[in-house]
Design a binder for this molecule. Structure first.
Ligand code: CUA
Length: 317
């Protein structure tokens, strides 16, 4: 019981809803769970009754009523009620967000998430592996995939929608509680499917606006000597071929945008918390954190260069 209930909370639970869609899904779950429990108790009760009772106490006609009633009428009735109840909440779950709502584009890749917001001028703001949302406002997600079929799911906020190559799918959510949540890929997509997650931060409108303005700005100039040396390492090892650092002459698009990497909570699509140590591990041996990762290993990079590079990346707030 304790082990089962331990799954009812935390940042990635459908049973601790923090969004409108998730609330309705949780109600449906509890109605089904409680209904199933009641039916189970009745069936077990009847089974005991059937064992205890003398068979001759029932005539043929009454036995037939039990069989037809319990085997056909009651299940049909219950399944009809359940289907009606389930279908009734469906329109609210698939309805698009009102015109003019915040729109966020998310593309699934093996194994991370490309995220694009629009700033106040309508210019795209490229991000990766973290989504921030203002509380109590609808958001429209425009979903796509660059390779395999992925599935976009923030259990605390709502239902999931597949991300299909060559197609655009949509999901509208409305977070109702400020907090930190976790999203995940919900469709098996290869080696590191289990390491394809992202952080979701729901804040007030003011905090969200300040955050988005910060993300739209170019990267800060490295302040420390180590970070400045690290910027040189970044260039000389060709990191810019895959990664963008806006304002620092790096505009690769194959990998995640790193302009504000240090403002994120985690690294490698929410695989590990963000820290200089984890960055060094990741750069030298991506496979050790994420099997099948498309980021090439830089095992030959010197210890000093590696720590300078980490200092540079950690300065990108
Ligand atoms: Cu992407 Cu599973």
């Amino acid at each position: 019981m304790a082990a089962a209930l331990a799954g009812c909370g935390g940042p990635q639970s459908t049973l601790a809803p923090a969004g409108e869609g998730a609330e309705q899904i949780a109600v449906l779950f509890w109605a089904m769970a409680i209904g199933a429990l009641v039916i189970w108790a009745i069936v077990i009760g009847l089974a005991f009754y059937a064992v205890w009772i003398d068979p001759s106490e029932h005539d043929e006609r009454r036995a037939r009523i039990w069989i037809i009633g319990g085997g056909a009428v009651v299940p049909t009735l219950l399944l009809t009620i359940l289907l009606t109840f389930g279908l009734a909440i469906l329109p609210a779950l698939v309805r698009p967000a009102p015109e003019g709502s915040l729109s966020v584009e998310v593309t699934g890749l093996r194994w991370w998430w490309r995220v694009a917001y629009r700033d106040a001028q309508g210019q795209p703001v490229p991000l990766a592996n973290e989504i921030r949302l203002p509380v109590d406002e609808p958001v429209q997600f425009e979903l796509g995939s660059a390779d395999a079929i992925h599935s976009f799911w923030i259990p605390s906020l709502g239902g999931k929608v597949d991300m299909i190559p060559g197609r655009r799918t949509r999901l509208a959510l409305r977070p109702t509680k400020v907090g930190r949540y976790r999203g995940a890929c919900a469709e098996y997509c290869g080696d590191s499917h289990a390491y394809m997650a992202f952080d979701v931060v729901v804040t007030t409108r003011e905090e969200f606006d300040a955050w988005l303005a910060g993300q739209a700005a170019p990267a800060a100039e490295p302040a420390s000597a180590a970070a400045r040396r690290g910027a040189g390492v970044f260039q000389s090892y060709g990191c810019a071929a895959c990664h963008a650092v806006r304002g620092h002459g790096a505009d690769g698009v194959l990998g995640p945008d790193l302009t504000h990497l240090a403002s994120r909570e985690s690294l490698a699509a929410a695989t590990v918390p963000l820290s200089a140590e984890h960055l060094m591990d990741w750069i030298a041996r991506p496979e050790s954190l994420k099997p099948g990762a498309l980021m090439p290993p830089f095992a030959s990079i010197g210890e000093e260069d590696l720590s300078d590079l980490a200092a540079y990346l950690m300065s990108l707030e």
